[in-house]
Structures are given as structure tokens and as C-alpha cells.
Design a protein around this ligand. Structure first.
Ligand code: NAP
Length: 296
């Protein structure tokens, strides 16, 4: 299909620092090309002090919307005229739409995760989840899982300086949704064993197992059992040590690549109203090994 930038082409982009490694431009531009949509996606390296100017400039340019990656997902909040319920609960925005002079903040990481689990054939609504980590990705997943109808979430993290923030977040989700979120110390093996035996799915949203430290797993394999769905949102490597061990025990598994694609697809839908052809995009996009921490 013919694809060229013209006088009517709408701009979408990524703001972050760094951004050079990002696969989002390839993914979105390939999808625009395949669907014949008059949009283009580029990436801008924006430092924290330049974020206000960048937001102002993009309004002047009548941008259709943009993605935020590190370090801007929280810093962007004061600039938003409106937040989706998930973005409000997670207090983070990774997608902005610019509509009739108003900036609307969305968070699509959790949508991407829930979509990837459903797409892999696992029904976790009304069931319990054990979630490892309480960082940006874990918070987005917890928020969307709670809004979608997961019954209880057993969240595990280290007892460190961010414990209180995580506890406040867990309490807020419990207060404002029908899901109960319980926070536990990740070093408490007894509690972890209890949680796993009561869960349909285990979700690793920590960095443990991410390249280059691929020899680590966040869970002792003796705690896994064949009926437990084991998912890891890490996509580099595609098969983490946790997933390898889970597979050898006979657990159904799910890796992080489709979460990455579906969170992008959700942003794409916010801007264009169209469904991103993720299967085809998968053929054209391969996560860069250069900076697995921040690639999106
Ligand atoms: P983040 O905000 O920095 O959070 C990292 C989390 O990992 C924190 O909860 C931290 O624990 C925990 N953690 C790190 N090292 C640990 C250790 N040694 N022991 C126990 N816990 C540890 O990062 P993030 O943005 O949430 O990303 C987390 C992972 O998800 C990364 O591997 C990233 O690549 C991946 N990710 C994937 C996608 C996708 O689309 N597939 C999207 C976003 C992120 P504490 O809270 O206890 O400090």
C-alpha cells in the first residue's frame, strides 16, 4: 500500500529519555502503512525540565496524541485536562490524546497485559492473582485487573522505602473497586506459597530475570504447580528462567511480548479508532536488546 507523509498527515510520537532504542516508531508506522492511515509516529528525546515546553509545543502543532515513557509517566499528570479511571487510579499516563483543545491521559500498560492473558486463552476474571512487584508496570496491571474484575490480588514487594506508597495504592484500589488488594513482603515465602496456592495466575512484574541477569527467577520453582498460569511481563529474553521452570513443571505460560504489542495497540486505537494488526506488526518489530529496561 502506498504510504507517504503529506500536508494532512497527523503527528503521533513518543516523549521520553532515552528513546533511541524504542520499537514504537516501527510498530505504529508499520500499522499506519498497513491500514493506509494518514498518520506518522516519531520519537523525541525530552529531558524532564523540557517536558512543559514539549507539551505546549505539541499542542501548537495540533498533535493527535503521544506516548510517554521514562521518566515522564507521572510528571505528565499536572498537564492533563482529564484522566481515564485507570490513569486516575494508577496515577500514571502513558498515552495522551489531544481532543478539541483538551489533553486526555490514558494508561494502556494494564490494558495490554489483560488483553495478552485473554488472548493466550486464560480467563482470570473473578479469580485471584499473585502479582510480584509494585513498580510502574505492576501498578498498571493491578489497576486494570481490579477494574476488569479480578477478585483478589496478592501483591508482593520488598519492604523498602516505597512500601508505604505501595500500601496506600493497594488500599486505594481496594476502596474504589470490587477487588481486594493485599500487600506482602516478597521475602515471606510462607505467605507467597499461600497466595500461589489460592491463585489462578502468577504475574512477574519485577525486573528479576530481565537481560542481562537472565539466570535469576523471582520464585523458587518448588512453589509452582501445573494448574497455575505463569506469566512474565519481561520480553527480553522472551523466555525467562521463571517461564522455563514453569514450562518444565507443566504450567501454562504467557510472556511479555504481547503485553508490549497490545499496550501499543490500545494507544493506536485511542488515536485512530482502528485496530492495530498486531500479528503482522510482530513480524516487523523485534524488541531491541540495547536497552531492555526502557524499550516500549
Ligand atoms: P519499576 O517501576 O522500576 O519497578 C520494578 C519493580 O521490580 C519494583 O516493584 C521493584 O521492587 C522490583 N524489583 C526490582 N529488583 C528486585 C529484586 N531484586 N527483588 C525484588 N523485587 C525487585 O519498573 P517497571 O517499569 O515496573 O518494569 C518492571 C519490568 O517490567 C521490567 O522488566 C520491564 O522491562 C517490564 N515491562 C514490560 C512491559 C511490557 O509491555 N511487556 C511494560 C512495562 C515494563 P520494589 O518495589 O520492592 O523496589
Amino acid at each position: 500500500m502506498r504510504y507517504e507523509i503529506t500536508g494532512t498527515t497527523r503527528l503521533t510520537c513518543l516523549l521520553g529519555s532515552p528513546v533511541a532504542h524504542s520499537i514504537s516508531p516501527q510498530m505504529h508506522n508499520e500499522a499506519f502503512r498497513l491500514l493506509g492511515l494518514d498518520y506518522v509516529y516519531t520519537a523525541f528525546d525530552i529531558s524532564p525540565q523540557n517536558l512543559p515546553d514539549a507539551v505546549h509545543a505539541l499542542k501548537l502543532l495540533n498533535v493527535r496524541g503521544y506516548n510517554l515513557t521514562m521518566p515522564h509517566k507521572t510528571a505528565i499528570l499536572p498537564f492533563m485536562d482529564e484522566l481515564t479511571p485507570a490513569a486516575k487510579l494508577a496515577q500514571a499516563v502513558n498515552t495522551v490524546t489531544y481532543e478539541s483543545g483538551r489533553l486526555i491521559g490514558h494508561t494502556t500498560d494494564g490494558i495490554g497485559y489483560m488483553h495478552s492473558v485473554k488472548d493466550a486463552g486464560y480467563d482470570i476474571l473473578g479469580k485471584n492473582m499473585t502479582l510480584l512487584g509494585a513498580g510502574g508496570a505492576a501498578t498498571a496491571i493491578c489497576t486494570q485487573a481490579a477494574l476488569d474484575g479480578v477478585k483478589n490480588i496478592y501483591m508482593f514487594k520488598r519492604k523498602n522505602a516505597s512500601w508505604k506508597t505501595a500500601q496506600d495504592f493497594a488500599d486505594k484500589v481496594t476502596r474504589t473497586t470490587d477487588c481486594q488488594v493485599f500487600l506482602y513482603d516478597i521475602a515471606d515465602t510462607y505467605q507467597l506459597k499461600q497466595a500461589l496456592s489460592d491463585s489462578t495466575i502468577l504475574t512477574n512484574a519485577t525486573n528479576i530475570g530481565m537481560a542481562p541477569d537472565i539466570s535469576n527467577s523471582p520464585v523458587d520453582s518448588s512453589l509452582l504447580y501445573p494448574e497455575l498460569v505463569v506469566s512474565d511481563i519481561i520480553y527480553n529474553p522472551r523466555k525467562t528462567k521463571l517461564l522455563q521452570e514453569a514450562e518444565s513443571i507443566g504450567c501454562p505460560t504467557c510472556n511479555g511480548l504481547y503485553m508490549l504489542l497490545y499496550q501499543g495497540a490500545a494507544s493506536f486505537h485511542c488515536w485512530t479508532g482502528a485496530d492495530m494488526p498486531v500479528e503482522i506488526c510482530l513480524l516487523y518489530t523485534s524488541p531491541s536488546p540495547r536497552d531492555p529496561k526502557t524499550s516500549r
